[in-house]
Design a protein around this ligand. Structure first.
Ligand code: ADP
Ligand code: MG
Length: 287
């Protein structure tokens, strides 16, 4: 049976914009010693701006148009930013056979020709080589019919409360904070430094994130718990593997909100420390 005061804790959390899907998760939150964050949309805003366009064998306009067309059906924050940067209407009838390659990018048939838009890993898989590019942000490569067409540089800002969120966790006794990302190491490391997480693992595919969380679960102390916080865009498997899976509610996908045990309704990572404090307060009453 669920002690009555758990309902009090769930109510207090919900007034703070924290949706807890059951009293058992308050008990787990109270024992959190390791917090694993996803990067995009969790510690960063998930809103990318195009900062540079470097065409190789076409012009800038054509490069951006192809990328935006290939991404026209995707919900990924990178796709949204490319469509936004294009800024004009896109005719979806020009696009077919869209396949999302999670943690890598997309493939689509645009005007009858195969187009790939994504990161280094995607290009490596295709056997397409690119010129070394400067990394002041996330690099999005574009290739068509096996030929390299150039890259677009995009960048995402850290959420205003991200550093405070990490500091508050440390202050409430969380021993270790980790960030996982599918993005390149230099981007991941810069953001990790900016927000103050203890360690970062970059260039992970979704199943690599699951394996990393499994390895971290092995390192917990006997009563310690692992919390994973994500926006749920291709991280639903990690959300369910953690002791407590926490999703961003506003930006996050429906699948994530369903897979999560706790939802932060206003997408603020700093609410996690509040949730832990509420959980501990509730348990003190129960005991
Ligand atoms: P994160 O781990 O930071 O939350 P994802 O796992 O969603 O990010 O994506 C990891 C990387 O895969 C991105 O940084 C990007 O390089 C590439 N990627 C994923 N989806 C797309 C897409 N729709 N278009 C282009 N690149 C993508
Ligand atoms: Mg993500």
């Amino acid at each position: 049976s669920v002690p009555l005061s758990f309902f009090g804790g769930i109510g207090a959390a919900s007034r703070d914009g924290i949706l807890v899907k059951g009293g058992n998760y308050l008990e787990v939150l109270a024992r959190t010693e390791l917090v694993v964050f996803d990067k995009t949309g969790t510690l960063t805003q998930g809103v990318f701006n195009v900062t540079a366009i470097h065409p190789d064998h076409c012009d800038e306009h054509r490069l951006l148009e192809l990328a935006a067309l290939a991404e026209c059906y995707s919900d990924h924050p990178i796709s949204r930013s490319l469509r936004e940067a294009w800024g004009m209407e896109l005719d979806p009838s020009r696009v077919s056979g869209v396949e999302e390659r999670s943690g890598r990018g997309v493939h689509a048939i645009v005007d009858g020709r195969p187009v790939w838009v994504g990161n280094d890993k995607l290009m490596e898989e295709l056997g397409v080589s690119w010129h070394p590019c400067h990394r002041v942000g996330t690099t999005v490569h574009v290739a068509c019919e096996g030929a390299y067409l150039g890259h677009i540089v995009i960048s995402d800002a850290v959420k205003p409360d991200a550093a405070q969120a990490v500091a508050a966790l440390k202050a409430c006794g969380v021993r270790r904070t980790v960030m996982l990302t599918g993005d390149a190491a230099p981007v991941g490391e810069a953001i990790a430094r900016e927000v103050g997480v203890d360690e970062v693992h970059a260039q992970l595919l979704p199943d690599g994130k699951v394996r990393q969380v499994e390895a971290l679960l092995e390192q917990l102390s006997p009563r310690g718990a692992l919390a994973f916080v994500g926006d749920g865009i291709n991280d639903a498997p990690v959300l369910s593997r953690a002791d407590v899976g926490i999703a961003m509610g506003a930006l996050g996908s429906d699948a994530a909100i369903e897979a999560a045990d706790v939802v932060l309704m206003d997408d603020k990572p700093s609410k996690l420390a509040d949730a832990i404090a509420i959980a501990r307060g509730t348990l003190t009453i129960v005991r």
